[in-house]
Design a binder for this molecule. Sequence first.
Ligand SMILES: Cc1ncc(COP(=O)(O)O)c(C=O)c1O
Length: 400
Amino acid sequence: MEPDRRKEILAKGRPSAFWGGEPSLGGWHTEEEVEAATRVMREAMDWTKGYAGMKETEEFEQAFARYCDTEDCVAINGGGSGLDMAMMCLDLEPEDEVISPAINFKAEHLAVIGQGARLVLCEIDPATFNADPADVERRITPRTRAIFPVHMNGLSAPMDDLLEIAERNPHPKHGPLKVIGDAARACGGGYKGGKIGKKGWMTVFSYHTQKLMTTLGEGGGITTDDPDVARRLRGLRQFGGGTGEWGTNYKMTNVQAAVGLVQLRRLDEMIARRVRLANKRTEMLQHIPEFTLPTEPPECDHTYYLYTILVPPEWAGERRDKLCAIMKEEYNVGCVVANPPTYVSHPLVKKHTEGQHLPLSDELGARLFCPSLHPLMTDENNEFICAALEETVGRVREEG
Ligand SMILES: Cc1ncc(COP(=O)(O)O)c(C=O)c1O
């Protein structure tokens, strides 16, 4: 960006409201969502019915499964519960191991620990922030039960590579390793012409308020092609259901599901806006020598849940943090560090992974940051962020 143009953009003033690094409304709501919610509420005013039944929930499940081209989808109350349920389906024993990338949100790792198994962390590919298949394979032992990739920041994990590794390294008793995806940040993303959620044993989605679509702030779904898994998940969701096994209450409400049906219909449009902004952002930032900008491998359709930038190794930690602090304090623009390795950020994960060292993840966790991005941002908003980033990089470059 020409210096004069940058000054002109910044002179218009910073945003009056803070733009969070992970905006608190990931998608956006219209009157259609409000009408869908109030319709279900009105129907529930009939005391003989209330909120009983699962009509909207089942409709939402069918629509979401159709969207991902899967046999089934089980709607639940959150992504975190979905990851717990996925681990429950493995019937893990204390010596069993589950491999998952260290650069991650904590929910996956707590799900493994919660089921009493051993969490084995792996490195990521620095270009995609997703699990590095070669590193996953190196960490497989006869006790490995599952590979648990996250579709990081909206970009698909290399599912075919992971599935092939899972086939090639079967567990001595349980057969091919299970591959379970965490698509909390990648709802609507693409992989090899299909949607994220199709590949693997099952895939867990979140519809939390920060996510790409939301069912009134909380909610989740699990897609699968395996009818036994779907039955088990429905049992877990509602006190065992017809399975006679353990279960509790992980249900989504019908009001949420009715809103989810509208959000799902609008999901591609919401993602298209993110992609457009992200591409424009890349055009504006590409000449900044200190930045490594996000990439989209040809087999993937990125959702740009987050726009992840890397600063150079010599800027790791202190200078990256200074850049984020200036963006916040002087420009009111949030930059989230998503995510440092979980064993650095969560004491329980640290305790459970003692002795595991992931030097690449340590380094990348100190170099990455994600400036705010939201589908309702205007081109002007996006330009302001880029101008502020360029100005700030210049300052950090000079001041050290
Ligand atoms: C990667 C990832 N997994 C899981 C979750 C948990 O989802 P939820 O908030 O719906 O429980 C989140 C975010 O909240 C996430 O970002």
